[in-house]
Design a protein around this ligand. Structure first.
Ligand code: ZN
Ligand code: ZN
Ligand code: ZN
Length: 190
């Protein structure tokens, strides 16, 4: 029996050899904590460099495999593009699943926006609209009016805003009251 096998049998930590192991682990809680700390420290120091090197090595292996005509996911000959037969099917299925999930997400989002539109809620967050009949909440109307002041960089969001908000929509700055000013909720620089 090896040393480690003996420790496992006794349910003792493989590191400090004194304390009982954590459930389904080889080490005790104290040693696990220490290890976690050490790992975090190591990663903070070397993590970025390590992951870059790892990525480079992966790309290199991929390139070599493509050059040699080997499936990039296993060691079989690449008979279907970059993949062997099994992996070409696997990838096709995977891509189909991803596309399907994306489509469903888009669909759900569309449904949600339709619902918000019907219920007269803000189209950006689904909160109560600031003015009845206009699908923008107070927060978002403020964001867009500020975006307008900042100019071109946010022109797209402003355009979107113009599409759904009529020009006469009272912007928060225009209806800024004394109480609001005191509350500091709105910024009236001009
Ligand atoms: Zn220990
Ligand atoms: Zn393969
Ligand atoms: Zn909103």
């Amino acid at each position: 029996m090896t040393d480690n096998e003996w420790l496992t049998m006794m349910g003792l930590c493989h590191k400090c050899r004194k304390q009982k192991v954590a459930p389904n682990k080889k080490f005790c809680f104290d040693c696990l904590d220490k290890k976690r700390e050490e790992n975090a420290k190591w990663y903070a120091e070397h993590g970025l460099q390590w992951s870059r090197q790892y990525q480079e090595r992966r790309n290199e292996i991929r390139r070599e495999k493509i050059e040699n005509g080997t499936c990039i996911m296993c060691r079989k000959p690449a008979t279907h593009g970059k993949y062997c037969y099994e992996h070409s099917i696997y990838m096709k299925r995977k891509n189909m699943m991803i596309a399907y999930e994306k489509k469903m997400k888009r669909h759900e989002k569309g449904l949600l926006k339709d619902k918000w539109r019907r219920e007269g809620l803000c189209l950006w967050c689904g909160e109560k609209a600031a003015v009845e009949g206009i699908n923008v909440c107070e927060r978002h109307s403020k964001i867009f009016s500020m975006a307008g002041k900042k100019g071109k960089a946010v022109a797209t969001s402003q355009q979107k805003y113009k599409k759904i908000v009529p020009a006469q929509f009272p912007l928060p700055a225009a209806e800024c009251t004394e109480t609001n000013r005191q509350g500091g909720r709105w910024n009236d620089e001009d």
